[in-house]
Design a protein around this ligand. Structure first.
Ligand code: GLY
Length: 352
């Protein structure tokens, strides 16, 4: 079992290990007194885990209500958010109660946002069940839903009361869903840790996933502690996401987040190298690593369409946009530019 503290306000711990869902009630009692817990999940995770989780929570003395919505990014909207909020009200949750987000990134983001809105904010526990949510989205307190104009455009920061990451869940993930998480872990390697990146380079993960999750979470915890509300350093975590979010939007969210981020990372790496911003050749190495992990390294959407979608993203500030540029594997920097310069950057990196 690995425990990583996140010293935000409030502070909390990310616990990573085998068997945590079966044992979640006792684990939560270490940080949360008996109260009503609303477990929110989706139609994929519910049939696999909900019964065991609810059982464990009840045994530990919690009153438990459960809610499941149809799985997929298409559910991450006002309509599902409204259903969750009405459910919390119908179950009479009060400010001393807590929501449990059991699932992948969509569940964690949307249920977290419901917790941030309901009664102007109740506590939330994150129980990530995918590699992507384990290495990235369950930690750091970002919650959101998508708007027609773009991804994650309505949301709030709500640090969870605890994160319980059961690595047994990863064993049942379809390969494409595992690859989605690998994309975010590879992104973290490019940001801060060449040896983490190297673990993915031959396409067969040469480490215990718990080790990979712990390294990604430890890095992210440090960034979030220094910049909880993304005023500066935290923007680095958006590596690959300017183009990645644009690809998701252009595809009508048919392309999953990790796959879109992989293509976005490959585009940005080629652009950085071709524009002379890198300290070493890195684009071919990043593309090879992504491809070995069954991830895309290019996109069918034209640079003009990507730039238009990206400029509706929340990374824009007035007439400027901040992108994340890889300098070498393990080191990236922020570059703020006029919005008119984004299209030439995407064009520079678009061709594989
Ligand atoms: N997923 C990027 C962040 O949490 O800031």
């Amino acid at each position: 079992m690995k425990t990583i503290p996140v010293n935000t306000s409030p502070a909390y711990a990310v616990t990573i290990g085998s068997g945590l869902l079966r044992d979640c009630g006792a684990r939560l009692r270490e940080v949360l007194p008996p109260c009503r817990l609303a477990v929110v999940t989706d139609s994929t995770v519910g049939p696999l885990c909900l019964e065991a989780v609810a059982e464990s929570l009840k045994e530990a003395g919690y009153a438990v209500s459960t809610f499941a919505f149809p799985a997929g990014e298409g559910s991450k909207n006002f309509s599902t958010l409204s259903d969750i909020l009405e459910f919390l009200a119908s179950e009479h949750l009060t400010r001393s109660d807590c929501l449990v987000a059991l699932g992948g990134g969509v569940v964690g983001d949307m249920a977290g946002f419901a917790a941030a809105c309901y009664l102007r904010g109740i506590r939330c526990v994150q129980m990530p069940t995918t590699l992507l949510s384990a290495v990235d989205s369950s930690v750091g307190g970002k919650t959101a839903i998508d708007l027609r104009a773009g991804k994650n455009l309505a949301g709030a920061f709500l640090q969870p009361a605890a994160v319980l990451c059961d690595t047994d869940c990863l064993k049942t993930l379809p390969p494409a869903v595992f690859a989605d998480g690998a994309a975010e872990a590879i992104k973290t390697g490019v940001l801060c840790d060449e040896s983490l990146f190297a673990l993915f380079e031959d396409g067969t993960l040469k480490a215990d996933p718990a080790e990979v999750i712990a390294r990604c979470v430890a890095y992210k915890a440090g960034v979030v502690e220094r910049d909880e509300k993304e005023q500066g350093e935290r923007k680095l975590l958006n590596l690959g996401h300017t183009v990645g979010h644009a690809i998701e939007k252009c595809s009508g969210y048919a392309i999953p987040h990790g796959h879109a981020v992989a293509a976005g990372l490959a585009v940005m790496a080629r652009a950085a190298e071709r524009l002379g911003w890198t300290e070493e050749p890195l684009a071919a190495r990043i593309a090879a690593c992504l491809a070995k992990n069954a991830l895309p390294v290019s996109t069918e959407y034209a640079p003009e369409a990507l730039a238009e979608a990206a400029l509706a993203d929340k990374k824009r500030a007035g007439d400027s946009i901040t992108i994340v540029v890889p300098r070498k594997i393990g080191l990236c920097e922020l570059k703020t530019m006029p919005v008119t310069e984004l299209l030439p950057v995407i064009r520079a990196g678009w061709e594989a």
